[in-house]
Write a protein that binds this ligand. Sequence first.
Ligand SMILES: [Zn+2]
Ligand SMILES: [Zn+2]
Length: 305
Amino acid sequence: MRFDVTILGSSSATPIYNRNPTAQALNINERFYLIDCGEGTQQQMLRFDIKSSRIDYIFISHLHGDHYLGLVGLLSSLHLNGRKKPITLFGPAHLKEIIDLQFKYSETTLHFDLIFQAIDPAAPTVILDNQDITVETIILDHRIACTGFLFRQKKRLRKILKDKTEALDIPLSYYPLLKRGTDYFAADGKTYPNSDLTTDAEEPKAYAYCSDTLYNESYFKQITGVDLLYHEATFAHDMLDRALETHHTTALQAGQIAKIVQAKKLIIGHFSARYKTLNELLDEARSEFADTELAIEGRTFIIGT
Ligand SMILES: [Zn+2]
Ligand SMILES: [Zn+2]
């Protein structure tokens, strides 16, 4: 099952040359989950071949413009392109009001159902549970209510060892039982233990998206052990005062967080426009956590297979 994330935007506050405001596209089993939707996200999707028609879920972390100003444009295009499939949108309660107002005055009635689910900014909540994944909110510490999102793959069924099952002529109708761990009881009365016929599926993987936030230990436990951690790192540590004032994290702190929560890998992003190149931020995060990469537009990170 595919489980990867493509970076569509990595800039904080404003777009700058070659960096767009925040957006990421998760591909989970060939369905797209869009996380944040800064201005220009549609263009980025075209550029990196993310088909907007395949987006079923959108998650908006908070109502600062660099995280959602591309949303109404995207919904509008889907409407104009004749979308009929519903979209589920998760975001702060007031987002609904903003969208309704924009469509009210353009006299637009969307051709598809926009199912809006307001996020509770006070407590981590499981907001989605489908056949592939669960998604839980992460309560962050920003100037306005802000949540991250924790994506966890579901435990998968056991894998059939086809050479074994075919050699025994096991009927295909029996395969669902084998995948669930049942032994095979043959017609001649013999029993074949499940462990001879199947192997374990891969361990479920997890991706944590930590949007704008101060360094705050309150969410560390929840993201412990994730396979991939995206964490904002707006400033270098010499700008700590500015980070505290604007409720952001420094690259050094992002590295420390990855180390504390024992993430397998860290991506840093949400870079301030003051950094024309990003080596300083990368080196700083790597001084705490070696397996760190930059969120660069167009880069895809594999979380699981
Ligand atoms: Zn931001
Ligand atoms: Zn913000």
